[in-house]
Ligand binder design. Sequence first.
Ligand code: BTN
Length: 322
Amino acid sequence: MKEKILDLLLKNRFRFLSGEEISKVLGVTRTAIWKQINGLREDGYKIESVKRQGYRLTELPDNLCAEEIRLRLQSDFIRDIYVLAETASTNEVAKKKAIAGAPQGTIVLAEKQLAGKGRMGRTWVSPAGSGIWLSIILRPPIRPAQAAQLTFVNAVGACTALREQINLPVTIKWPNDLMLNERKICGILTELSAEIDRVNYVIVGLGLNVNQRRQDFPADIQDKATSLASESGNSFRRVDLLLAVLNSIEKSYKEYCHEGFRPILGKWRELNSTLGREVHVVTQDESYYGIAEEVDEEGKLLVRKANGRLESVLAGDVSIRI
Ligand code: BTN
């Protein structure tokens, strides 16, 4: 009901909707409408009400409101949407739901994470209300060895969406960090549960820094991390970005499921800012410098060392030398 009222208000943003009109369309009492309007106000929507004219939506909050996401998301893929005020890690919540049988396309969002997880055991700083902390459950029909490809699928989806939305030169650093002006704005942590020959589920965890100011980042990452707002000087309504990112990841994932990895890799190459650059590679066993020459058909980064040897990197930390 709240969702339906929000829908009407959104579709009629520039005029008043009388209680009578709403009650006719939805077949509910005016008291019930008034209750739901108050619920929306509590969610942060500014709704003007004028005697004998009705209600009018005057301002949208920067909240991740499940009703609005559901209404505006045009998807036959994303199903259940959970928005939490705070949680340790949305990936952990999604994992529990996947184990309990949640279908592919279930998403978990939080306004704030208390123990956000990054790649390689790092933490992901996830303050309240300023970023998109999102996990998606996937159940791809692939072999476990192909799971690293999903990292590329999601990076291509998210990068394409951001370029379209904010019109800034967002690029992908191998394998799936999104960068803006040589600083990281988005990280993706892909976690897998599999048996020898089949994937049970994959959790794609995406952290996008949206409205933080430079001083909001811990001092030790201020030179490496940034947000869309810091780089552009504008603040963004997170729901708008979220919808664009979800639609684009869905498109990228469907393309991967139908046509395989090759077209995704082609797009990744167009969007990347790693190939051709001098990189510092840190893996579990070693660390070295070299030139990032190519990405192979499995998504491994091929790095030419100074001694001429070509190393292939499947997992590791790659930083670009500026
Ligand atoms: C990275 O290290 O680059 C990956 C960061 C991934 C962070 C996101 S935020 C939402 C999801 N939940 C987590 O705990 N981590 C991911």
